[in-house]
Design a protein around this ligand. Structure first.
Ligand code: ADE
Length: 231
């Protein structure tokens, strides 16, 4: 898989790239490149944003700057890009990132992530250059960089060779293997600590009972979570 991140802060991703699981993914053939919008502005002082028409607080990323950055990197008019690859704008109001969407993205050969800053993107960027908008939650970050890292992390851990055990991303929270529910609780040694005993069934060695117990806990947690979210 090829992931390109367009950002004003490419250095943030240096830390991310150095993490063990990300290094594993890169060694297994995934590419993660960063492009700095600021290197593609013809405006003085490296300007990339401007005040919003109609007034209001904050600054808005300029469509001409993002056009130049995408055009220089891919060598095509960026309005054609969404036909070639998924171009994702990270926005607080986008499609919520959930496991199903992560699976969808992990199956793509190439992704482009656009990180907004300040008040976000000139709407024409989203309308004409992006194929998707993704949100990592109903709150506002200072920019799309952390959201892009979250998107990358969730995708990379699904790719073969990223995690230590091949199947550790298969039966995990929200996966189809658990019916979309959170994962069941885990315990390790000691079997008793300060009087807190590990559930007996897990020490029984009885695989079917353990399996059934885990499914029940997982579905209970799903119920609780849906209740807390009011759905
Ligand atoms: N940019 C700012 N806030 C965001 C959010 N919650 N999700 C994705 N991108 C964002």
């Amino acid at each position: 898989m090829e992931i390109d991140v367009f950002t004003l802060f490419p250095e943030w991703f240096q830390w991310f790239r150095d993490q063990r699981h990300v290094r594993n993914a890169l060694a297994a053939g995934t590419s993660l490149r960063c492009v700095n919008f600021r290197e593609h502005t013809r405006l003085s002082g490296g300007q990339v944003d401007d005040t919003p028409f109609g007034g209001g607080a904050g600054m808005v990323l300029r469509v001409d700057v993002i056009d130049s950055a995408l055009r220089a990197h891919y060598g095509v008019d960026p309005v054609l890009l969404p036909e070639q690859r998924r171009v994702i704008a990270l926005t607080p109001g986008g499609r919520p990132l959930e496991d199903k969407l992560v699976d969808e993205l992990a199956a793509e050969p190439a992704l482009t992530l656009l990180c907004g800053r300040y008040e976000g993107f000139d709407e024409r960027i989203v309308e004409h250059f992006a194929s998707d908008q993704i949100s990592i939650g109903s709150y506002v970050l200072s920019g799309g960089e952390l959201a892009a890292m979250v998107v990358c992390d969730t995708i990379l851990r699904k790719l073969p060779g990223t995690l230590g055990h091949e199947d550790s991303a298969v039966e995990e929270s929200f996966s189809p293997a658990l019916g979309g529910n959170p994962e069941y609780p885990h315990y390790t040694r000691p079997a008793e600590y300060r009087g807190w005993r590990v559930p007996e069934v897990l020490l029984s060695g009885h695989h079917e009972r353990i399996e059934a117990w885990r499914r029940e806990r997982s579905s209970e947690r799903g119920e609780e979570r849906r209740g807390a979210a009011g759905r």
